[in-house]
Ligand binder design. Structure first.
Ligand code: ADP
Ligand code: MG
Length: 595
C-alpha cells in the first residue's frame, strides 16, 4: 500500500500560515502600518488600489533597516521585538511574532526599500529587495530618504481559494479606511495620509496641543464635536482619556465604539458594557453609545492574545477595570455639565418636534387631558368624557399612552368605548412607518428643501454613504457629496422629514440596510422603520405629550395598525371586567406570597 501521510512542502506551509495572519487586504495594511509605528515613524503614507488586491504601499520615516535586516525581515519568526517568552508580558510594540512580513511575501509580489539614517544627508544608502511568492528575486543597493517603503502587489495571487472569498473592492477599501482610522486614533502624535484609488481620504497631522481630542474630532467628526464629553481619569496604574458622544447619537450596533488599550485598537465587551452602564437610563436599551477612548494599564495585566489577530483584549482583573471605567465615564457624563442626576440629563433630550398639521381625519384631533389645579381632596373623579367624538389621551407614562376611546366610535377604532387602551408608543411608531414605507415604496414622494442640510461624517462613513448613494436615492433622498467628508441633503421623502436626517443616513449605511444582499423589500422596510424610530427626535423615554400626540395622529391616519412590523402588539385593551380580573389576580398573587 502506498504511504498516505506525507510532509507538506515549505511553500504550502507558508501559504497556509499566511492565511491565518493575512486573511483580508485590511490585515495586510494593518501589519505594515504597525511595523512603521514600531519603527518610530512620525509620518506614514498609505496608498491602496482596487481594495488593496492590486496594490498596497506603505511609506514611513521610521528607523529603517540595513541590508542584512531587510533580508532577515521576510523570514518566518524573525523579529527585532521579542527574544524570550518572558518579553511577551512587557511588550509595548504592536507586532511581535515575526510572522507578518513572511506571510505577506508568501502570497504576493513585494518590494521593500529601506534606509537607515546616515549623517545629515537627505539621501541615505538604501537596500531594495524584490520577492515573489516567498522567494527573493533580487537585492540591490540604492539611495533613499531615511525610512521604509513596502509595496505589496497582487495580494493572494497564488491563493485562489482566498481570492474567491474576498469581498468587493469597495468593501475592502472601507475595511482599510476603518483600519487606518483605528490606527490613527491609537497614534495621535503621528501624521497619516491614506490614498484610495488616487483619492486622498484621510489626512491628519500629528501636531496639536491636545492631540487625542483633535485627532478624534478630525477623524470621527459630528458626534464628537463641542457637545461630546471629555473623559480624563488617572489613578494608580490606570488611565482613561478620550471623548464620549452625547447619548442621543447612540447606535444600534457597536460600530461607533473605538477602544485603544495600551496603544492598540481592540474590542472588549466588558468595557462596552461598563460604559453603557455609566449612561444609566440616559441611553436607550439596545443602543450603544459612541466613544473613542484610550485605556492605559500595566501591560502585565492585559492579555491581547485572545484573538489571533490581537483584536480582542482580556484583563487579569476584569472587575477592577470595569469598575474604574464606569466610574471615569460617570464622572465625565454627570460631573461635567452640573447634571445632578441621570434623569435631568435625560429630560434635556426631548427636543420637541413640530406639531401635527390638522387634518380631516375624525380621529386625528387627539386631546391630552392635563390635571389642572392640584386637588384639595386626596382624589378627584373627572366627569367621564361622554360626549367626545375623538379618543382622549389621559396620560403618557414612560413610553406608554393611556387612552380612553371616544363614545361615538368610528368603525375602525380597535376597542370599545368602555375600556382603556394601553399603547406602546415606540412600537406604534414602528408600525406606522413600516406601513408608510410599504404603501409608498415606489416611487417615494421627494420634497426638496429650500435650505439644504449639510453634514460632516467620518471617512469610513463617507465611503459607506458614497457606496449607498444610488440606494438612498431610491428611497427618496437627494444627497450630493460636496467634500471628501461632507454631504448636502437637498431633499428627502416626505415621510422622513421629522427626524435627524444626517444621523438616519449614517445609521442606515452603518447597518448596511440598503445594500444587504438579502434586502427583500419587507425586511428592508422593517429595519428602516426600526432605525427611523431610533432616530426620531424627542423619542426618548419618557415621551413628551407633544410627541405622543404626533404618534397618535399618525396611528389614526393609518387606521390604527394593531401590530408592529415584527408582529408584536402595539396595544393592550383593558375592559372594566378585565381590569377587575387583573386586580383579582394581583390579590391572589399577594395571598400566595404572604401564605
Ligand atoms: P514583527 O513585527 O512581529 O517583528 P514582522 O514580520 O512584521 O514581524 O517584521 C519583521 C521585522 O522587520 C520587524 O521586527 C522589524 O525589525 C522589521 N521591520 C518590518 N517593517 C519595518 C519598518 N517599516 N521599518 C523598520 N523595520 C521594519
Ligand atoms: Mg509586525
Amino acid at each position: 500500500m502506498s504511504q498516505r501521510i506525507h510532509h507538506l512542502d515549505s511553500l504550502t506551509i507558508d501559504q497556509i500560515a499566511a492565511g491565518e495572519v493575512i486573511d483580508v487586504p485590511a490585515s495586510c495594511v494593518k501589519e505594515l502600518v504597525e511595523n512603521s509605528l514600531d519603527a518610530g515613524a512620525t509620518d506614514i503614507l498609505i496608498e491602496i488600489s482596487l481594495g488593496g488586491r492590486e496594490r498596497i504601499c506603505v511609506t514611513d520615516n521610521g528607523c529603517g533597516m540595513g541590508r542584512e535586516d531587510v533580508i532577515a525581515s521576510i523570514e518566518r519568526y524573525s523579529t527585532s521585538k521579542l527574544r524570550h517568552i518572558d518579553d511577551l508580558e512587557r511588550l509595548y510594540s504592536k507586532g511581535f511574532r515575526g510572522e507578518a512580513l513572511a506571510s505577506i511575501v508568501a502570497i504576493s509580489h513585494v518590494t521593500i526599500t529601506s534606509a537607515e539614517k546616515s549623517g545629515e544627508a537627505q539621501l541615505c544608502p538604501a537596500t531594495v529587495l524584490v520577492a515573489e511568492g516567498g522567494q527573493i528575486c533580487s537585492v540591490v543597493e540604492t539611495k533613499a530618504p531615511q525610512g521604509t517603503t513596502i509595496e505589496v502587489a497582487s495580494l493572494f495571487f497564488n491563493v485562489p481559494a482566498r481570492r474567491k472569498f474576498l469581498k468587493s473592492p469597495s468593501k475592502d477599501s472601507q475595511d482599510i479606511i476603518k483600519t487606518i482610522t483605528c490606527l490613527a486614533l491609537a497614534a495621535p502624535h503621528v501624521s497619516f495620509r491614506l490614498i484610495v484609488d488616487g483619492r486622498e481620504v484621510i489626512s491628519v497631522t500629528g501636531e496639536s496641543d491636545q492631540p487625542l481630542y483633535s485627532r478624534i474630532r478630525s477623524l470621527l467628526k459630528e458626534p464628537f464635536q463641542a457637545d461630546a464629553f471629555e473623559v480624563h481619569h488617572e489613578k494608580e496604574g490606570f488611565s482613561l482619556c478620550g471623548l464620549i458622544a452625547d447619548p442621543r447619537n447612540a447606535r444600534s450596533t457597536r460600530s461607533g465604539q473605538y477602544l485603544i488599550v495600551n496603544g492598540r485598537s481592540v474590542s472588549s465587551l466588558s468595557i462596552s458594557y461598563a460604559i453603557k452602564a455609566a449612561f444609566g437610563s440616559t441611553c436607550d436599551e439596545g443602543k450603544h453609545p459612541l466613544f473613542a477612548l484610550h485605556l492605559t494599564l500595566d501591560p502585565s495585566v492585559i492579555d491581547v492574545n485572545v484573538h489571533p489577530q490581537k483584536k480582542e483584549v482580556r484583563f487579569a482583573d476584569e472587575e477592577w477595570v470595569r469598575m474604574l471605567v464606569q466610574e471615569s465615564v460617570s464622572e465625565a457624563l454627570f460631573g461635567k455639565r452640573g447634571f445632578s442626576s441621570q434623569s435631568s440629563l435625560c429630560s434635556s433630550f426631548s427636543s420637541p418636534i413640530s406639531a401635527p398639521e390638522p387634518s380631516d381625519d375624525p380621529f386625528s384631533s387627539w386631546r391630552y387631558v392635563e390635571a389642572e389645579e392640584p386637588p384639595s381632596l386626596p382624589f378627584i373623579i373627572e366627569k367621564p368624557h361622554e360626549t367626545v367624538s375623538s379618543p382622549v389621551c389621559l396620560a403618557v407614562i414612560g413610553d406608554v399612552a393611556l387612552i380612553q376611546p371616544a363614545k361615538k366610535r368610528g368603525a375602525s377604532f380597535p376597542v370599545p368605548y368602555d375600556s382603556l387602551l394601553l399603547l406602546d408608543l415606540k412600537q406604534t411608531m414602528r408600525a406606522v412607518i413600516f406601513k408608510e414605507l410599504e404603501n409608498n415604496s415606489q416611487p417615494f414622494l421627494t420634497e426638496l428643501f429650500l435650505i439644504p442640510i449639510p453634514f460632516d461624517c467620518s471617512v469610513q462613513e463617507a465611503s459607506m454613504i458614497t457606496h449607498d448613494l444610488p440606494l438612498l436615492e431610491k428611497i427618496g433622498f437627494v444627497i450630493r457629496p460636496i467634500g471628501p467628508q461632507t454631504f448636502l441633503i437637498e431633499g428627502a421623502a416626505k415621510l422622513f422629514l421629522d427626524i435627524d436626517l444626517p444621523k438616519f443616513i449614517i445609521d442606515i449605511s452603518y447597518e448596511g440596510i440598503l445594500s444587504a444582499k438579502e434586502a427583500v423589500q419587507e425586511a428592508r422596510s422593517k429595519r428602516l422603520a426600526t432605525t427611523y424610530v431610533a432616530t426620531m427626535k424627542g423619542l426618548h423615554s419618557p415621551i413628551s405629550n407633544e410627541i405622543a400626540l404626533i404618534i397618535l395622529d399618525r396611528w389614526a391616519h393609518h387606521d390604527f395598525p394593531p401590530l408592529s412590523p415584527d408582529g408584536l402588539p402595539c396595544f393592550s385593551q383593558m375592559t372594566s371586567v378585565s381590569l377587575k380580573e387583573w386586580i383579582a389576580k394581583g390579590a391572589v398573587l399577594h395571598a400566595k406570597r404572604s401564605s
